[in-house]
Design a protein around this ligand. Structure first.
Ligand code: IMP
Length: 176
């Protein structure tokens, strides 16, 4: 079986949407400093490009929470692989994710971060797959694109750790 990737959002579409999101976030956080937390590894490309489009003062930290094995369906097992370097107490925290699918990873992550007493805690995701949601009540403050029920790769998103480097978001399919 061979893998095939079809473009869903081109490099240009992604760039334009991220620029819009950066402008909106800059407006919403005017007069504040944002502490951006990037969920590794998938969120890293999005975070780098988004941060360049944000005009208010910004600091960054990284965290790695794994929820998937090597397949394409959520395992439900959430594990902290790398914790934050700095305290988030009293900070305006913006969590930057690649995709919200079942919501299991995010609900675990956000619950844990909330216990550390940030001043505010908001979620920004490049992609939102609402049809996959298992955990309800996750508020997505900023969403780049809402996508249908499909498995996507590229722009940070992987299949078995590959395809993260694609400059666009594509749908992965398997063909004989
Ligand atoms: P959730 O816990 O099901 O919301 O999934 C969160 C994580 O699963 C994301 O941060 C991704 O790493 C991964 N994931 C979910 N859907 C996809 C997909 O379509 N392609 C690649 N990774 C995905």
């Amino acid at each position: 079986m061979s893998e095939h990737v079809r473009v869903l959002f081109s490099e240009e579409q992604v760039r334009e949407r991220i620029a819009e999101m950066g402008q909106q976030i800059s407006r919403d956080y005017e007069g504040k400093q944002i502490h951006v937390i990037c969920a590794l590894k998938g969120g890293v490309m999005f975070m780098c490009d988004l941060a360049k489009c944000i005009t208010v003062p910004l600091t960054m930290d990284f965290m790695s929470v794994s929820s998937y094995g090597s397949g394409t369906t959520s395992s439900g097992i959430v594990k902290i692989v790398k914790d934050l370097d700095e305290s988030i107490e009293g900070k305006d925290v913006l969590v930057v994710e690649d995709i919200v699918d079942t919501g299991r990873t995010l609900s675990h992550l956000l619950g844990m971060l909330q216990q550390r007493n940030p001043k505010s805690l908001q979620l920004c995701t490049l992609l939102d797959k609402p049809s996959g949601r298992v955990v309800e009540g996750i508020e997505v403050a900023y969403s780049g694109f809402v996508i249908p029920d499909c498995f996507v790769v590229g722009y940070g998103l992987d299949y078995d750790q590959r395809y993260r480097n694609l400059p666009f978001v594509g749908i992965l399919s398997f063909e004989d």
